[in-house]
Design a protein around this ligand. Structure first.
Ligand SMILES: Nc1ncnc2c1ncn2[C@@H]1O[C@H](COP(=O)(O)OP(=O)(O)OP(=O)(O)O)[C@@H](O)[C@H]1O
Ligand SMILES: [Mg+2]
Length: 424
C-alpha cells in the first residue's frame, strides 16, 4: 500500500504563489520522467482560460528548450511528457476517457469546481501512483472540492495554506493592495488575501468583521466577575468545552474529548474552587443535565445554572428559544459599540461566523439547526456554544471581585507564560 500523497491541496488568498509553484514543479517533474499532466479547471472556453500561458512563460523564463509549446498542448521532446488542458464542465465521453492515463491532474481555481465534476473526475484518475494537485482560493465553506478533500484529510492528503505573506516573490504592488485592504476592510482582507471562506451571504447571525476586530483587540477586564460557559459533548466526536469570560474579555477555552459525566463534573468542580466564578452556565439538555445534577449534589447550586437551549426564551416575543436568545446576546456583545476581546483562534472564528439565522412564523429569531451547521463546518460549534452560554443570564458587575486572587486563572496563566507584564 503506497503512502504517497494522492491529493495535494494548496489554498490561501491572492498572490500566495500557488500557480507559479505548481507550474514550476510540474515543468521540472516533466523533465525527469515521462508524465501525462492534465491541467484542468471547471470551465475552459478557450486555451486562453488555462495555465497554458503561465507554463509557457515559465518555460521561456528558465529557457527550457526541451519543451515545445504547441497551440493546445505542451510537450517535452526529451522525456515525452505531455501537458494537456481541459475544462471539466465539457463532459463529452472523449474528454473523460482521455484522462485515464493521467499521472498528475492540476485543478486550478478549484473553488469553482462543481460536486458533479469532482465526482466524475476523482475515480477517473486511477493510474497507479497518480496524483491530484489542487490550487484554490476558498470561496465559501461549501466549496465541493474543499469538502471532499480538505475537510477530513487522511494520511494521503496534503493540505497547505499559503498567503502573500509566505510568497518571497510577492510583487510590491500586491503587498500594497493587501495592506490597504487590511486597513480599510478587514472582512474583505480575510477573504481575499488570507483565503478565509466567505460566510453564506447575509443569513449569518454574526458578521466576520466583528469577530475579526475582537480577536485583534486588547481589553482589560480583571475587575469583572468571572463567568464560565460549559457545553457538554453530545456525541462521540464533539468536544466538551469550558469558556471563561470576564465582562468584555473572553479569556480562554478548555476543550476535552471523551470525558464521562463524572469527569466533566470533576473538571467543573476544579474550576469553580480554583477560580471562583460567579456563575457556571451549563447546557443541560441531553447529557449536560447529568453533569448539572452532580454539581448540585456537590453543593454548587448558587453558582451552577442549567440552561436548556430548546426552552422558552426570556424575551419570548423576540426569540424562538433560549439558544437564539443567548447567541443574539453574544452577537450584541461582539458587534456593539464597546470594545470586546476574544482569543485569536481560527476554529472559534469559523464557528462564530458559521451560524445561520432564520425567523419563525411569529417573526422571532431562530438559529439554524445544529445538524446543518455541523454538516457545513465538519464539527459542532462547541467553543462558540460555550461562549454563547456565558450570556445565558445577565451578570451584573457588582464589584465583588476587585482584586485578582492569587489562585485565579489569570495568576496561573502568568506563571505558565512566565510573563509578569502580561495583561492578565
Ligand atoms: N517562483 C516565482 N518567481 C517569480 N515570481 C513569482 C514566483 N512565484 C510567485 N511569483 C510572483 O508572485 C505573484 C503571485 O503568485 P501566483 O500567481 O502564483 O499566486 P497565486 O497564489 O496563484 O495567486 P492568485 O490567487 O492570485 O492566483 C506572481 O504574479 C509573481 O509575480
Ligand atoms: Mg493562481
Amino acid at each position: 500500500m503506497t503512502t504517497k500523497y494522492r491529493y495535494k491541496l494548496y489554498y490561501g488568498g491572492r498572490a500566495g504563489g500557488k500557480s507559479y509553484a505548481f507550474a514550476d514543479s510540474l515543468l521540472f517533474l516533466g523533465r525527469m520522467n515521462k508524465l501525462l499532466i492534465a491541467c484542468m479547471r471547471e470551465v475552459q472556453e478557450s486555451i486562453k482560460d488555462s495555465v497554458h500561458k503561465l507554463l509557457s512563460d515559465r518555460i521561456d523564463w528558465y529557457e527550457l528548450s526541451d519543451y515545445k509549446v504547441l497551440q493546445n498542448k505542451i510537450i517535452n521532446a526529451v522525456t515525452g511528457t505531455e501537458f494537456i488542458f481541459k475544462g471539466l464542465s465539457d463532459k463529452s465521453a472523449q474528454n473523460i476517457k482521455s484522462l485515464e492515463g493521467v499521472d498528475i491532474v492540476w485543478l486550478e481555481e478549484a473553488q469553482k469546481i462543481s460536486k458533479q465534476s469532482w465526482d466524475v473526475l476523482n475515480p477517473t484518475i486511477r493510474k497507479t501512483g497518480s496524483e491530484i494537485w489542487i490550487s484554490m482560493n476558498r470561496e465559501t465553506e461549501n466549496d465541493p472540492v474543499w469538502q471532499a478533500v480538505a475537510l477530513h484529510p487522511d494520511e494521503r492528503t496534503l493540505v497547505v495554506k499559503v498567503n502573500y505573506t509566505d510568497n518571497p516573490f510577492c510583487p510590491e504592488e500586491m503587498t500594497y493592495l493587501a495592506e490597504k485592504c487590511k486597513n480599510e476592510n478587514p472582512r474583505d482582507y480575510e477573504h481575499i488575501w488570507l483565503g478565509a471562506p466567505l460566510s453564506q451571504g447575509n443569513n449569518r447571525l454574526i458578521a466576520q468583521n466583528c469577530v475579526y476586530r475582537a480577536a485583534k483587540n486588547t481589553v482589560f477586564a480583571e475587575n469583572s466577575p468571572l463567568i464560565i460557559g460549559l457545553d457538554v459533548a453530545r456525541f462521540g466526536d464533539d468536544n466538551t468545552v469550558f469558556c471563561f469570560r470576564r465582562g468584555r474579555k473572553c479569556l480562554r477555552f478548555e476543550s476535552y474529548h471523551g470525558l464521562d459525566n463524572v469527569e466533566v463534573a470533576n473538571r467543573a468542580t476544579f474550576f469553580i474552587k480554583t477560580y471562583n466564578p460567579v456563575r457556571l452556565f451549563i447546557d443541560a439538555g441531553g447529557v449536560g443535565g447529568g453533569v448539572a445534577d452532580i454539581l448540585f449534589d456537590r453543593g454548587f447550586k448558587r453558582i451552577v445554572k442549567p440552561v436548556m437551549f430548546a426552552s422558552k426564551a426570556i424575551a419570548d416575543d423576540r426569540y424562538h428559544n433560549r439558544r437564539a436568545e443567548m447567541w443574539d446576546e453574544l452577537r450584541e456583545w461582539l458587534c456593539g459599540e464597546q470594545n470586546v476581546s476574544l482569543p485569536d483562534d481560527d476554529s472559534l472564528f469559523s464557528e462564530l461566523c458559521s451560524v445561520g439565522k432564520k425567523y419563525d412564523s411569529r417573526g422571532r429569531l431562530l438559529l439554524e439547526e445544529k445538524d446543518e451547521i455541523k454538516k457545513r463546518l465538519g464539527r459542532s460549534p462547541d467553543k462558540a456554544d460555550a461562549l454563547a452560554l456565558t450570556f445565558a443570564a445577565p451578570v451584573y458587575e457588582t464589584g465583588m471581585q476587585t482584586e485578582i486572587p492569587d489562585n485565579s486563572w489569570e495568576s496561573i496563566f502568568r506563571t505558565e507564560t512566565g510573563n509578569s507584564n502580561n495583561e492578565w
